[in-house]
Design a protein around this ligand. Structure first.
Ligand code: F6P
Length: 529
């Protein structure tokens, strides 16, 4: 038995889950008119409704006992004190200091001042390309945490987009990504940001080299790089080796994890896209959520509550997946961002002592924007046999107000969570006039759990709050599951193997290979002849 499962608080939840499993959300709502009031939280003008989760107030108090038994506040204090809680890499975890405002360390404040100055130079046109032309396009070359955060936030804040500057994101090793973007750009007016914490990532370096070749094939002179290449990285030596002058490098500490780095210079592309004033508001929003997380009691703490709901679903109700459905086109990239944040952080199978977990860790996170999702996979959610938990996110006010859209969008969001929770019985289908032969096809079992988060509107500030909410939820889950949320050793093996296989695809020997990989390589080489 592991350190977690032997906790009396864990075992109390197991016993409680056995009594809860047969209950249907229909009965839970029918039996408690106060259910919405007691199973929802307000924070300013935010509302987190988890009354459609398959739990009761007793469940919640047992979950809070578990959080206390896992000493989550001690872990929070250890993170805030700068202890090396990322023990496998011997690193502290410092992303919250990047948005600490006046409390931020001097190096962070200096870095933000440099970013502000750089944004001003690009926006005012005082920074010019090699041929003296103004920069009209910025291309962020990065992947994972050096792409998903700024890419998602730039789309989310499309309503705040700077005039006269377009920001593009290229991540994929597949040249179709870079080539497609470059085909629309002019080298004389394009600025590349090589965003890579380590400055060793294969995809980013390949794209950066190809982008440099593209630039120099028109501009000729190698010194043009200094006017068209910027780096955001913790590895100053490697950026210099690439040929990016020191003055063009925006560095940050290696205690900032890649998936937590949008607040660092990795957010430079975002700051350029929306202006530094809005980037500052984004940081301020995150800071406001930090303050809430650090000081709110357990019973009113939004990130902790989200984490406890995830533990309940994953470890006691047995769901293996979580759908994220922002009813906001601007937040369409949020599920992809959360996939990295949550799955790279907590998709682990050993605890902090290296012992194999005897309980599930992070579920699969997936999703897409509403209302599109209703017309692709929602059929399975309503009538398939998988059990999952859903997050719906809705904005009270539209960021792009056109008459007739927003109320209807919100109605669809609310309708989906209600249909998932309550379904439609055979009798209800009959009462609605459905022919008897179709009754089995027209009933909906319901009892699918969801949480709905309502934000007043999507602004730089609320976006910052939202991302920090999920970051802290991820931190809490790492504590509850007793694992290190801040390393990612699982991505290394595939990288290593790809390094070995590249020569084999070019015809060289790659050492002993399994017969499937050998066969696949042979067929690819045959087709490439
Ligand atoms: O391969 C995973 C990963 O290491 C992520 O954790 C990280 O966000 C991404 O690659 C990119 O890393 P870098 O910013 O060092 O290029």
């Amino acid at each position: 038995m592991s350190e977690r499962t032997h906790l009396p608080a864990w075992q109390a939840l197991e016993a409680h889950a056995a009594t809860m499993t047969p209950s249907h959300l229909r009965e839970l709502f029918a039996g408690d008119p106060q259910r919405f009031a007691t199973l929802s939280l307000r924070h300013g003008d935010w509302l987190l409704d988890f009354s459609k989760q398959r739990l009761t107030t007793e469940t919640l108090s047992l979950l809070r006992n578990l959080a206390a038994a896992c000493n989550w506040r001690e872990w929070l204090e250890r993170m805030r004190a700068g202890e090396a809680i990322n023990h496998t890499e011997q690193r502290a975890v410092s992303h919250t200091t990047l948005r600490a405002g006046a409390e931020a360390p001097a190096d962070v404040q200096a870095s933000l001042a440099r970013m502000a100055d750089f944004c001003e130079r690009i926006h005012s046109g005082s920074w010019r390309g090699h041929t003296g032309e103004r920069i009209t396009d910025v291309v962020n070359l990065g992947i994972g945490g050096s792409d998903l955060g700024p890419r998602m936030a730039t789309q989310a804040l499309a309503a705040y987009q700077q005039a006269d500057l377009r920001v593009h994101f290229v991540a994929n090793l597949d040249a179709a990504d870079l080539a497609g973007t470059l085909s629309r750009l002019n080298p004389r007016t394009t600025l590349f940001i090589v965003a890579s914490k380590t400055f060793t990532t294969l995809e980013t370096l390949r794209n950066a080299r190809s982008a440099r070749d593209w630039l120099l094939s028109t501009l000729g002179d190698a010194s043009a790089v200094s006017k068209h290449f910027i780096a955001t990285s913790s590895n100053l030596a490697a950026a210099a080796q690439f040929g990016i002058p020191e003055g063009n490098v925006f560095s940050f500490a290696d205690s900032v994890g890649g998936r937590f780095s949008v607040w660092s210079p990795v957010g430079l592309s975002l700051a350029l896209a929306v202006g530094f004033k809005h980037f500052s508001q984004f940081l301020a929003g995150a800071r406001a959520m930090d303050e809430h997380f650090f000081s709110a009691p357990d019973s009113g703490n939004l990130p902790l509550t989200l984490a406890l709901l995830a533990v309940w679903n994953t470890n006691f109700l047995g769901t293996t997946s979580r759908g994220v459905f922002p009813y906001s086109h601007s937040l369409a990239q949020l599920p992809a961002y959360l996939q990295q944040l949550e799955m790279e952080s907590n998709g682990k199978s050993v605890d902090r002592h290296g012992q194999t977990l005897d309980y599930a860790s992070n579920p699969i996170v997936w999703g897409s924007a509403g209302s599109n999702c209703q017309h692709s996979f929602f059929q399975l959610l309503h009538q398939g046999r998988m059990r999952l938990s859903c997050d719906f996110i809705a904005l009270a006010r539209a960021d792009f107000p056109l008459p007739g859209h927003h109320d209807s969008l919100l109605a669809n969001c609310l309708a989906q969570s209600a249909a998932l929770a309550f379904g439609q019985t055979a009798d209800e289908a009959r009462a609605a006039g459905i022919a008897e032969t179709l009754i089995p096809y027209r009933t909906f079992p319901g009892n699918e759990a969801s949480t709905t988060l309502i934000l007043p509107e999507l602004t730089p500030f609320t976006l910052g709050q939202l991302l920090a909410l999920y970051e802290h939820k991820t931190f809490c889950l790492g504590v509850l599951w007793h694992l290190n949320s801040f390393d990612q050793w699982g991505v290394e093996l595939g990288k290593q193997l790809a390094g070995q296989l590249t020569p084999a695809l070019r015809g060289a020997s790659a050492g002993p290979l399994d017969t499937s990989t050998q066969g696949l390589i042979a067929h690819l080489r045959f087709l490439q002849k």
